[in-house]
Design a protein around this ligand. Structure first.
Ligand SMILES: Nc1ncnc2c1ncn2[C@@H]1O[C@H](COP(=O)(O)OP(=O)(O)OP(=O)(O)O)[C@@H](O)[C@H]1O
Length: 265
C-alpha cells in the first residue's frame, strides 16, 4: 500500500487491494456536465465490484454529477463509462431532488422500484409485493406504508427512497448523500442495510460529506473542482494533508490541492 502526494502535476495513488478487484464501473477520461457547463474534467476512475465505495469532495466538486454519469443519467461529452453489471443501476437521488408534492403513498413509492421489471400492464406479482414489503421492513418504515410520501419527515422520506432503491434488486446501488441530515437511528438503519447489501456481493456507491462514514468504506474517490484527485482505500486517500488541501481548511501549510495525473490499473 502506498500513497504519494506531490504538488502540481503530482500523483496521489491509494494502492489498496480494492483497486485490483474486478471493476463494476470503469471511467476513462470522462468529461461531463450540463448544457455548456462542463463539471467533470478527464475523470479516470474504477469502482470495485462487490465493495462499498464513497465519493467525497467539497460542495460543488461534482459528486452528484459523477453519480449521474455512472447511473447513465448524464452522458459524458468526452471519455467512456463502462459498467460490468448486467442490470441497470439502482439510483437513490438526494431527497431534496424529489418533489414534496408527489401524490403517492410510501408503499407506492417503494413499488416504483419494481417498475422496470413489471410486464406491459405494470401489474405487480406476488413476488413484487413481497419484495416491496421486505424493503419497507428493512428500512423500518412498514408502519408508514399508507402515508403520503410528501407528509413524511425528511429522514422518513430518505428511508423510503433507499427502500425504493433496494426494491430494484440491482447489483449496482448508487446513493446520493443517503445519510445527510438524518438522526442517529436513521443513519444507523441505512448504514446497516448498505452493509448487508455489500455483504450480499452488491456494489454500493454513495456520496457523503461524513469522513467517519467514508473511512468505513472499502474504496474512496476524492473529487476537487470536477477532477479526481485521489482514489484508493479511504485511510490512504483521506490523510490529514489531503483533507486540509482539498477542503481548504485553515492552519495547514499546503499550498494547493494535489492533482492526480496517473492512476493504477
Ligand atoms: N442540473 C444542473 N444544471 C446545471 N449545472 C448544474 C446542475 N447540477 C449541478 N450543476 C453544477 O455542477 C457543479 C457540480 O454540482 P454537483 O451537484 O455535481 O456537486 P456536488 O459535489 O454533488 O455538490 P454538493 O456537495 O453541494 O451536493 C456545480 O457547480 C453545480 O452548480
Amino acid at each position: 500500500m502506498k500513497i504519494i502526494i506531490k504538488s502540481k502535476a503530482s500523483i496521489v495513488e491509494g494502492m489498496a487491494s480494492t483497486v485490483r478487484d474486478q471493476p463494476a464501473v470503469v471511467l476513462r477520461e470522462v468529461s461531463a456536465g450540463y448544457a455548456r457547463h462542463v463539471v467533470l474534467h478527464g475523470v479516470t476512475a474504477r469502482v470495485p465490484a462487490g465493495r462499498a465505495t464513497v465519493v467525497l469532495g467539497p460542495n460543488g466538486s461534482g459528486k452528484t454529477t459523477l453519480l449521474n454519469v455512472i447511473a447513465g443519467v448524464v452522458a459524458p461529452v468526452a471519455g467512456s463509462v463502462r459498467r460490468t453489471s448486467v442490470r441497470l443501476p439502482a439510483y437513490v437521488p438526494q431527497r431534496s431532488a424529489v418533489a414534496d408534492t408527489l401524490p403517492m403513498t410510501v408503499r407506492q413509492a417503494v413499488a416504483m422500484g419494481r417498475w422496470a421489471r413489471l410486464g406491459p400492464w405494470r401489474r405487480q406479482s406476488g413476488k413484487d409485493r413481497e419484495i416491496v414489503r421486505e424493503c419497507l421492513r428493512r428500512l423500518a418504515i412498514d408502519d408508514l406504508a399508507a402515508r403520503q410520501l410528501g407528509a413524511l419527515s425528511g429522514g422518513q422520506r430518505q428511508r423510503a427512497l433507499v427502500a425504493q432503491g433496494l426494491a430494484q434488486r440491482s447489483d449496482l446501488l448508487l446513493l446520493d448523500e443517503p445519510s445527510t441530515g438524518l438522526d442517529l437511528g436513521a443513519r444507523g438503519r441505512i448504514a446497516d442495510v448498505l452493509h448487508q447489501e455489500r455483504a450480499a456481493g452488491r456494489t454500493v456507491v454513495r456520496t457523503t460529506h461524513d469522513l467517519a462514514e467514508a473511512l468505513r468504506a472499502d474504496h474512496c474517490l476524492l473529487l476537487d473542482e470536477g477532477r479526481l484527485v485521489a482514489q484508493g482505500a479511504p485511510a490512504d486517500v483521506l490523510t490529514e494533508d489531503t483533507v486540509h488541501a482539498v477542503w481548504r481548511l485553515p492552519g495547514r501549510p499546503v499550498a494547493r490541492p494535489p492533482e492526480m495525473t496517473n492512476l493504477p490499473g
